[in-house]
Design a protein around this ligand. Sequence first.
Ligand code: ADP
Length: 339
Amino acid sequence: MNKKEEILAILKEIIDPEIGKDIVSAGFVQDLEILDDKVCMRLVLTSIACPLKDYFKNEITKKLKEKFEWIKDVEIAIDAKSYDVFSQRKKVEGVKNIIAILSGKGGVGKSTVSINLAFALSEKGKKVGLLDADVYGPTISIMGGKGKIIFEDDKIIPYERDGVKIISLGYLTSKDAPIIWRGPLIHSALRQLLFDTKWGEIDYLIIDLPPGTGDPIISLSQLTYLKGGIAVTTPQDVAISDVRRAINMLFKLYIPFLGIIENMSYFKCDNCFKIHHIFGFSKIDEIAKEFNSEVLGKIQFDINLASSSDRGEIFVLKYKENETAKAFFEIAEKILKRT
Ligand code: ADP
């Protein structure tokens, strides 16, 4: 091995935790040059602002200096122009529009919104799929009722309920077992659920992502083309601060931001019809403005919504005429207009 090959062999020990590949095989290391006791290279990342850039720089310098006594200096230029992880994206056969539903934090009602939106779109005459990609806590399998996923000739056949095709990891894992995922595993699980499922013809595939800005949304953006992302929040300040982060993540991954939904926005008393802002006053008009986007809707706190989900009943189908259900249908209408 010559010196360059020796250096590359050492650099191959550095793994990008997001894609699970080493930095050489991933094509990050370019223009490696040796000038006497100095090693120079270009590190071509997804974006100049890649959060891992300092980690890579430090690891490269540390490993090379540790391994080769003759190396006194390592110069690394960060670049982002020629490497494009997005070039690996593929269309999901038969699926026209993919919409990701995300939130900054858990428990804001992201899955509740995902499933009711999916069925509201289906009620509007669209062919709909629902993919529960909440790998850490899949709940669509509870909200969607008892379903079964079948494997047939290397393909996954989704559970179909009232015309909506549903895939949830919850149908595959035992109910209370903790689900432990590392980045690369999430990537391959999502790839299989997306590409190995027999979706048939689908107008809208709704993807219920886990809360936060971790591996799943990054993987999804690298695997396929998304029509856009919808952010769900409650009015609490903690949720609002986290949802900003989630929206910024969409921008960073070049995913169009379709708008924001406020869940548990208010509670209307059954007796006096007075509106109570149990989680504080709405702040999403401000946020929508800040991101130059749209408020898609405000969903009230509705006890029937929670109990339907727990019983595996589809709220928008069971309570079609209810005010909360109507809010979901209006959101579906806005999505149809925007996509
Ligand atoms: P997430 O997916 O964000 O973790 P979920 O959709 O699982 O949140 O909702 C968390 C809990 O809140 C569930 O028990 C759900 O039934 C309940 N819930 C969600 N939205 C509402 C609402 N608008 N009114 C009443 N309960 C709700």
